[in-house]
Design a binder for this molecule. Structure first.
Ligand code: HEM
Ligand code: HEM
Length: 190
């Protein structure tokens, strides 16, 4: 199996990034929700430190994923994909990338506006990307929460589409994104 994408299949790097980032994002939802709702205590603080540290690491990983995506061929649409579905699939993937960037960036703005020092992995001080400002913090919190719900809606659509292709159209959309697949059965360029 090739590390790089071909015009017929996703390579190992793209697949690994897809599933690793997916698991990390679900973990971030849980960690964010737990940190907000846990009663004030040292554990609450630790949950926030991990939420922020992993969130910034995720931002770096998503930037690498985008660079990798741009430096590789994009596989042709799966064989079972209808012509009208293609722009929708492309738009939803672009939106997923936008939210994967906007979510950690808005979190970083909350953190900066709250003016709370944080050392990533206890090593590097996270720089501020916004001035210390209570009103800005509140606005950024609202943006972060709204993005979370947009993310959930996009993911329901994304997973729904993947399962629909697999169980209803019975095409290779899902299987060609799975790790074990060595070679994708033909896509279509039409
Ligand atoms: C993909 C990355 C991220 C995801 C999916 C995510 C998700 C979440 C979620 C689900 C919440 C709970 C929302 C609520 O109940 O109000 C939350 C809260 C929060 N997140 Fe993130 N987050 C991410 C990255 C970050 C980063 C990088 C930072 C800071 C450097 C951050 C800082 C915060 C803060 C401060 C809160 C509490 C906001 C409040 O009190 O309303 N997040 N996050
Ligand atoms: C947080 C979770 C997820 C995110 C952010 C996400 C994001 C993406 C993005 C941006 C793509 C476009 C291809 C790329 O650039 O790598 C993609 C492709 C894909 N995703 Fe996800 N995904 C997530 C979870 C899932 C899950 C749970 C499934 C399956 C049930 C799934 C199934 C697929 C499939 C089958 C493709 C390939 C589509 C094609 O070949 O055209 N994804 N995903």
């Amino acid at each position: 199996m090739s590390l790089r994408n071909s015009d017929q299949s996703w390579g190992t790097v793209a697949k690994t990034l897809h599933w690793f980032i997916a698991v990390m994002i679900l973990g971030m939802f849980v960690l964010g929700w737990a940190a907000v709702n846990y009663p004030m205590s040292p554990l609450k603080l630790r949950l926030f430190i991990w939420h922020k540290t992993l969130g910034i690491s995720l931002l770096a990983l998503v930037l690498f994923r985008i660079a990798w995506r741009l430096a590789n061929p994009t596989p042709v649409p799966p064989s079972g994909m209808r012509r009208w579905e293609r722009p929708l699939a492309r738009a939803s993937h672009v939106l997923l990338y936008v939210v994967m960037l906007a979510m950690p960036l808005s979190g970083w703005v909350i953190h900066s506006a709250a003016n709370f020092p944080l050392k990533l992995y206890g090593l590097v001080l996270l720089p501020s990307i916004a001035p210390a400002d209570k009103a800005l913090q509140t606005q950024a919190e609202l943006v972060h929460l709204t993005l979370f719900w947009i993310f959930v809606a996009l993911l329901l659509l994304h997973v729904g589409a993947a399962l629909h292709h697999h169980f209803v159209y019975r095409d290779d959309t899902l299987t060609r994104m799975l790790p074990a697949r060595s070679k994708a059965a033909g896509g279509t360029r039409a």
